[in-house]
Design a protein around this ligand. Structure first.
Ligand SMILES: Cc1ncc(COP(=O)(O)O)c(C=O)c1O
Length: 363
């Protein structure tokens, strides 16, 4: 089947571009001799997660308990849940999962440790724990070495919890220029390694120093003492990464295929992709809500739920014409679809579920 025979809106993954992106990041990790534990929140697809493992990844990173379960149920053996645990039922699901795979989880509070302690004791489970360090994003995580050491002491008293390391995420590297990304990646690595060292001095056997975002990965991987990087968005790239010069349009592997449904005037063209298929994310440096593949000076000017409106000169004349749109933010778009089409040279190779999308509370 040709891509243009698909019903729209449809989510498209270009196999060659995906392969190149997967291989490039695998090479970054291999060259720096660090482990690669990709964040699967971008693709939410066990098919891609297995491809990443075949290219050398040591496991996956997840944000939600649904993602963790879907990955384990589909054969991924090593999971790191990089998200704080604040509910007993979620911690219990994670504890049960640890009977099926190697599971570790991030913490940044004593309350989080108590919840994990309750869950591991109930299920006689074993969970690895990594303390989250704030290296400048100012989202979750602890910034002071004393607070980290105190939390390490709390964790070490809990049977069933094994303090494996520290982790951080320099999400503030998104939006930074090349110089800013290098500076942020360097600081991300150095701060985390220094805290790991102080924990080791205090007697904690810290094995993992886990860092990374897509924009900081190449720099932080080179910082001595970093053991693992966790980029996610690199699998597809998107408008936001093109805007900061980290990728070019030809490296963007994810698109939304849409149909021209109306052309009411010479300078307005309406597509059947609105906020329910392209997401409303605005990104610094990218105009509008998505960019037309092959016509990258044209973007979607505004969205309603099922309408994407191109204003101004547009080459799309005919109602029924198909257009591919590169999203501004790949991860949120992936989460909006039940399945994606894997495509090579315009030919559809497979229809694959976005198995871990949404919040489904499986158990
Ligand atoms: C904790 C954590 N690690 C890794 C990543 C992956 O970063 P990126 O999206 O820049 O690839 C994210 C992204 O949200 C994250 O929150």
């Amino acid at each position: 089947m040709h891509i243009h025979d698909l019903p729209t809106p449809a989510l498209i993954v270009d196999r060659k571009r995906l392969k190149n992106n997967l291989e490039s990041m695998a090479e970054v990790a291999a060259a720096a001799k660090v482990k690669l534990r990709p964040h699967i929140k971008t693709h939410k697809s066990p098919f891609i997660a297995h491809w990443q493992q075949e290219l050398g990844a040591c496991g996956v990173t997840v944000a939600t308990i649904d993602e963790a379960e879907i990955m384990v149920y589909n054969g991924i053996k090593d999971i790191f849940m990089a998200y704080p645990m604040a509910e007993v039922h979620r911690a219990e699901r994670l504890a049960r999962l640890s009977r099926l795979a190697k599971v570790s989880v991030g913490v940044d509070s004593k309350a989080g440790v108590s919840i994990l302690a309750e869950a591991v004791s109930k299920y006689d489970a074993h969970l690895g724990v990594l303390i989250e360090i704030d290296t400048g994003l100012h989202r979750t995580g602890l910034a002071s070495a004393e607070n980290v050491a105190e939390l390490a002491r709390t964790i070490s008293k809990v049977p069933g919890l094994e303090l494996r390391g520290v982790f951080t995420h320099a999400g503030h590297a998104h939006g930074a220029d090349a110089e800013g990304r290098t500076r942020i990646g360097q600081a991300e690595g150095e701060i985390t390694v220094e805290i790991a060292q102080s924990l080791r001095k205090a007697g904690f056997p810290i094995q993992e120093v886990s860092t990374g975002s897509t924009p900081s990965a190449a720099t932080v991987a080179q910082v001595p003492g970093v053991t693992e990087i966790r980029p996610g968005t690199y699998v597809f790239n998107d408008g936001s990464l093109v805007a900061i010069g980290l990728a070019n349009w030809q490296q963007c592997a994810l698109t939304v295929l849409a149909t021209v449904v109306s052309k009411p005037g010479s300078n307005r063209c309406i597509l059947d992709c609105g906020s329910k298929s392209l997401a409303s994310d605005k990104q610094k440096g990218v105009p509008g809500f998505g960019t037309i593949k092959g016509q990258e000076t044209t973007s979607i000017s505004w969205l309603n739920e099922e309408h994407g409106v191109i204003e101004g000169d547009s080459p799309h004349q005919g109602i029924g014409e198909k257009v591919e749109i590169i999203p501004n933010h790949a991860c949120t778009v992936m989460n909006l679809f039940d399945e994606y089409y894997l495509v090579e040279d315009g030919i559809v190779l497979a229809r694959i579920p976005v198995a871990a999308r949404g919040h489904r509370h499986l158990i």
